[in-house]
Design a protein around this ligand. Sequence first.
Ligand SMILES: *[C@@H]1O[C@H](CO)[C@@H](O)[C@H](O)[C@H]1NC(C)=O
Ligand SMILES: *[C@@H]1O[C@H](CO)[C@@H](O)[C@H](O)[C@H]1NC(C)=O
Length: 458
Amino acid sequence: MDSANFLLSVFFFFFTSFPSPSTSSPPFFPPEALPTKSGYLPVNPTTGSAIYFAFYEAQTPISPISKTPLLIWLQGGPGCSSMVGNFFELGPWRVNFNKQKTEPISLIPNPGSWNRIFGLLFLDNPIGTGFSIATTKDEIPKNQYSVSRHLFTAISSFIELNSAFKNRPIYITGESYAGKYVPSIGYYILKKNPRLPYDKRVNLVGVAIGDGLTDPITQVATHGLNAFYSGLINEKQKEEMEVAQVETVELIKLGKWSEATNARFKVLDLLKNMTGLATLYDYTRKSPYNTDLVDEFLSFKKVKRVLGVNESMVFEGCSDVVGEVLNDDVMKSVRYKVDFLVKNSKVLLYQGQYDLRDGVVSTEAWLKKLKWEEIENYLGVERKIWRVGDELAGYVQKWKSLTNVVVLGAGHLLPTDQTLNSQAMIEDWVLEKGVFSDGDDDDAQVKKASSFNDFGLW
Ligand SMILES: *[C@@H]1O[C@H](CO)[C@@H](O)[C@H](O)[C@H]1NC(C)=O
Ligand SMILES: *[C@@H]1O[C@H](CO)[C@@H](O)[C@H](O)[C@H]1NC(C)=O
């Protein structure tokens, strides 16, 4: 929606909607919690399919807006809505997930929001996910190339919404299954840019993947070992896990993609059964992450209206339809795209210490396989202790364009668990500060002098 209509609808909402709150009345949506802009970015003008976006401008930018970095967030799944990231993890206002059962649902400010000094754009990707519209099931992407094509169209039209967006440095970020989307759209942009006129290019500077699934054939083989050395299973159980893991790897090698996806689910199911954990997303949790609160919050008509969504739309945190359409894609590796990105942009990988699905061990395993002339140097460089204020926050290993972070005290939904540290991490990585700077690297000066744009992208 355009901003005039948007403001009108905000007004309309505020002058019509709150009587005395009760548990059944719609939750309070503070005006300052509204996105700066939200609505739809068409991916196919002839069918009406479109990607839903919610954009939050930087709260206290430290540079002119036209130079302020823009982060784009993609949720995983496949088929999960970035509104989960927005209202549960890293957005400026989140649902009150620590509330008592009887307390009404509401929004509260997030001190660790990722839009403190950067613009933050949430995209419901691919179409069919969250508030995004897929006019037919056939139009939902079945592979990463189609996902990227839609995303590129959406990102390009978002940039065109405002001339001040044109030259802002763009960082694509995301979590979990976005470990597939993030490298794919990054790769697509870098390959496409040189073939486009200057004013149609996307100013991609870096990509960040949190607790990601990127190289499934390598990652699926790590669960038994990881759980064993975490003290969660014994040797016999580890062997049983390894049998199931090898089966999955064999199916991948045969190109039996949907069987391989199912075999991976079996591996995870087996681990869950053996350990009795509430969730593999965080082995310290007594109950799963309560992201259902986001579904509940977004089911209110008035909430949908102020977010620029048709009231009749039914919100699902994760779409089974999209999950099913991408079933064959799940086990396909995109590691080669990271090979390209690490040579031509900045790459951040970060994982929560307690994640048993796509965590630290799982990432270390594929990372060392990168085809990059600097990989040996990366593997040999000191892993630094990272503190936020006086407190230990985790560990950072950085060599040139590659940074890998372990975030202590966090599970899969890392910004939910360590909100302030996740904010410090993304800010310092983008701005190359503290342990995220090149420190005493010999070529730090060279690097500072030549921006990434010198790699033939801009
Ligand atoms: C895990 O336990 C459930 C419930 O007992 C069972 O149905 C399922 O088959 C088990 N999964 C595996 C992989 O053994
Ligand atoms: C909302 O969607 C319904 C059902 O698709 C449609 O009939 C209606 O015109 C839409 N409303 C608006 C305001 O677009």
